[in-house]
Design a binder for this molecule. Structure first.
Ligand SMILES: Nc1ncnc2c1ncn2[C@@H]1O[C@H](COP(=O)(O)OP(=O)(O)OP(=O)(O)O)[C@@H](O)[C@H]1O
Length: 244
């Protein structure tokens, strides 16, 4: 048996968790046409990377495109040529669309809410225009667990972002193939593979509740380093991970 370097071990771990997620939650099927939402951050870059490797395997046979959405009214710099080169060098067509929202239309909603609502809307519209039946997003296990805690503490509900979610009003299913990956692994994988960091200049980007929950969960993990699996099992047992 060859001795693997730490980087090779990490790569194997990331790939095997990705494959397990696809298999356990039935995320990709034959003839799927998937649109990957690519923000330019490490998570969606890693998602492009892993899906492009999976494309080389015959079964299941599926096709993929990527979409980056720019908000004209938010000062948020994304390096379009880097993203285009990153996806196209991995055999995935890159699309970019610019949209905007008017924060004055509904003053009760925060700019972050309006921005992500409009981004979602574009993702759904363009996925359907391109004939895609699935949209893949780069949320990982930490994101899903933090959302569970937020919903529990602030919304009074036991729920999360499902790893597979069939939309009721349109023929689209959202999938989250990084759902079994830990954020720290993706961070390290991004460093090992020289992913370029995007310059984030969004003036609104401070979700203080989410940041606090992240710190709280770090403390919980110090008390029980299996805590994430305990929460995951609770979500799984109660049918919160798949909505169809
Ligand atoms: N501008 C965008 N265009 C297309 N898809 C996006 C965009 N922003 C976010 N997404 C999709 O939504 C997912 C979650 O977005 P969020 O802003 O929470 O990302 P993140 O946790 O910062 O991850 P990432 O490292 O991919 O930026 C992203 O992984 C990506 O799949």
């Amino acid at each position: 048996m060859p001795i693997l370097s730490d980087n090779e071990k990490l790569e194997r771990k990331i790939i095997s968790r990705f494959q397990k997620a696809i298999y356990d939650y039935n995320l990709i099927c034959d003839n799927d046409k998937i649109l990957i939402g690519i923000s330019g951050g490490k998570d969606s870059l890693c998602l492009v990377d892993l899906i492009s490797r999976r494309l080389k395997i015959n079964k299941p046979s599926f096709s993929v495109e990527a979409l980056h959405i720019r908000m004209a009214n938010i000062k948020y710099e994304s390096d379009i040529s880097y993203l285009k080169n990153f996806t196209e060098s991995r055999g995935i067509k890159f699309n970019v669309v610019t949209t905007e929202f008017n924060a004055m239309t509904d003053k009760r909603k925060s700019p972050c809410f309006l921005c992500s609502w409009n981004r979602r809307k574009q993702l759904f519209t363009i996925a359907q225009e391109l004939g895609c039946n699935k949209i893949a997003l780069g949320h990982h296990m930490d994101d899903i667990i933090h959302t569970t805690m937020m919903n529990l503490y602030f919304q009074g509900s036991f729920s999360t972002m499902p790893v597979r979610l069939k939309m009721r009003k349109m023929p689209i299913t959202i999938i989250r193939p990084l759902c079994l990956e830990e954020e720290k692994d993706i961070k390290q994988y991004a460093i090992n593979n020289n992913y370029k960091k995007q310059i984030k200049l969004c003036p609104y980007e401070t979700d203080s509740h989410r940041n606090d929950i992240c710190l709280l969960f770090n403390e919980v993990e110090k008390m029980n380093n299996e805590a994430r699996y305990s929460i995951w099992n609770a979500l799984e047992k109660n049918g919160k991970l798949i909505e169809e």
